[in-house]
Design a protein around this ligand. Structure first.
Ligand code: 5GP
Ligand code: ZN
Length: 114
């Protein structure tokens, strides 16, 4: 999608600090980190939200989740615990409508979230 910020990051038209990449997924640091580790993991293909990702072709949601865990391991937060968040819809705080998993870790994460 030509007007999508995260598609532009995939296309390298907008710079980002990429930390992990596969053929189907891209992971880059959030511009406004909420924890010592705050990485966004996206499918390279445009899907608006988690519901669209779930309906996407076989294996794409797996590719995003596998990449999220790989990022957690790479960042050294996998053993201590980390959170994977898919804000879905405006009421949940989704502001960029290219599905992205937030990978958060490196500090105690309280529950329930805000
Ligand atoms: P949402 O609110 O949709 O769940 O998450 C969007 C996230 O994208 C936010 O955490 C925000 O800080 C991040 N973000 C917005 N614009 C950019 C950008 O241009 N580059 C990067 N790396 N992150 C961004
Ligand atoms: Zn997009």
């Amino acid at each position: 999608m030509s007007d999508c910020l995260f598609c532009k990051i995939v296309a390298k038209e907008v710079p980002a600090e990429v930390v992990y990449e596969t053929d189907r997924a891209l992971a880059f640091r959030d511009i406004n980190p909420q924890a010592p580790t705050h990485v966004l993991v996206i499918p390279k293909e445009h899907h608006a939200d988690a519901a669209a990702l779930a309906r996407a072709d076989q294996g794409l949601a797996d590719a995003v989740l596998l990449a999220a865990h790989a990022v957690a391991e790479q960042e050294g937060v996998a053993d201590g615990g980390y959170r994977v968040v898919l804000n879905t819809g405006p009421g949940a705080g989704q502001t960029v409508f290219h599905v992205h998993a937030h990978v958060l870790g490196g500090r105690p994460l309280t529950w329930p979230p805000g």
